[in-house]
Every structure is written in C-alpha cells, then in structure tokens.
Design a protein around this ligand. Structure first.
Ligand code: CA
Length: 231
C-alpha cells in the first residue's frame, strides 16, 4: 500500500484529506505540526508527502529543507493564496508541486496521482537501465548481442571490455537520451561519481576509436555527458 504523509495543522481540512485519500486506497498518516511531520517522515518512509506551508513548531519550508537533506520523497506543498513568493521559494528548495488553498479534493487527488506516477516512471526507467532486456540491437554495421556479450562491426568481433560493452549497450538502446557522467558511472561502473573522474570520458574515447566511422554516433552533450545520436 502506498504511504502518504499529510503534515497539516488545520484539523478539519486534514480530516477531509485523510478520508479522501483513504477512500482511493492510500495508507494515510497525519502529523499536525512540522516537528511531528519530520519524525513521521523519518520513521514511516512515505512514498509521498503533502506539506502545508504555515505550520506550528517548524514551518513547511523548514520541514521541506530537512526532508531534502535525507530523501527524494516527492512533496506536494499546500499554500494560501497570498503566499505567491513563498511558492517560488518552495519549488527552489525542492517541492515537486504545489496547490493553492482553497482547492477541490478532485484537484488534490489528481496532483497526488500525477506525482506518484511520475516517480513510478522514473523508477521503471532506472530499473531498465540496471536490468536491461537481452534484445539484439543493430545500428548500421554494428550488431550487439547482450546475451552473449558479443558485439560485431561489419561481421568482425569488437574487442570490448565489460564496461565498454555495458556503456555501448546503455547508449545504443536509449538513442537520443543524454546521460550524465555521474549516472553512467553509477549504472555501468556501479560507482559513485567524484568530480574530475575521467573513467567515463576515457571509456567513451576508447569506444569511439573501436567503432571507427560509427564512433561519431556517440555525441558529447556539453555540461551533461553523452548520448547516442538519432539519425
Ligand atoms: Ca497551516
């Protein structure tokens, strides 16, 4: 069951939100102030947080900052109509979406569903990057057979290292998608990125050389990393 944490001090509103979310099948927990909200976030690890801006003990912004230091839990902020500037600050600090009071329950549910769906999609994509399906890929004269860890160019085997193969596989099956160095290092090397690490760049250089004329298909995306060209 998907856990949702509601941090809201207006008890009547909180009761309505809890009931509506429970009706559609969420497991809802309520905290009436910022302090209790942070404690519950820590102990429950909810999939989503609905966070009111004006709260006793710790305000919403403070709670959001604390949450962001520990987790990427999606946060939907609730703000009053006159807190326009706060809203911008909230998004900068890392709120994923916001809703202005008063709002309809239908609107709230739509936002909650959308946020959870977005997170699910991101997780599916990451899953697919780490555990790809063993489908044969071709690009011009290049053939990649992941099951046998076999790559050929014009019918001749390419001597690729394990990481070169995985890197090529990831780029080739996600043509047009740009990957950051940090993400590539995490997915292919299973290592954390430290600024200045050249592992990815060096591997790309080797790959381009081995791919000959097709090497140009690996494009540098300035300020980001690399992607496989779309023709
Ligand atoms: Ca409030």
């Amino acid at each position: 069951m998907v856990k949702v944490l509601l941090i809201e001090d207006e008890l009547k509103l909180a009761q309505v939100i809890v009931r509506e979310l429970e009706n559609v099948g969420y497991d809802v927990f309520h905290a009436p102030d910022g302090e209790a909200g942070l404690e519950k976030h820590h102990s429950l690890h909810p999939e989503l947080v609905i966070l009111d801006w004006m709260l006793p003990k710790r305000d919403g912004l403070d709670v959001l900052r604390q949450i962001r230091q520990q987790a990427a839990t999606p946060v939907l902020m609730l703000t009053a109509r006159n807190e326009e500037i706060d809203r911008v600050v909230g998004l900068e600090v890392g709120a994923d979406d916001y809703l202005t009071k008063p709002f309809s329950m239908r609107e709230l549910l739509a936002r909650v569903h959308a946020l959870l769906r977005r997170v699910e999609l991101i997780q599916q994509t990451i899953q697919a990057d780490f555990h790809p399906a063993p489908t044969t890929l071709t690009y011009g004269a290049l053939i990649l057979e992941p099951e046998g860890y076999c790559a050929t160019l014009d019918g001749s085997p390419l001597n690729l290292s394990h990481t070169e193969f995985d890197l090529l596989h990831l780029l080739l099956r996600n043509r047009g998608r740009a990957f950051s160095r940090a993400y590539l290092l995490d997915t292919v090397w299973k290592e954390s990125y430290i600024t200045g690490d050249r592992s990815v760049d060096n591997a790309v250089l080797r790959l381009r050389k081995k791919l000959g004329l097709l090497g140009d298909a690996i494009e540098t995306v300035w300020g980001v990393g690399y992607r496989w060209r779309i023709d």
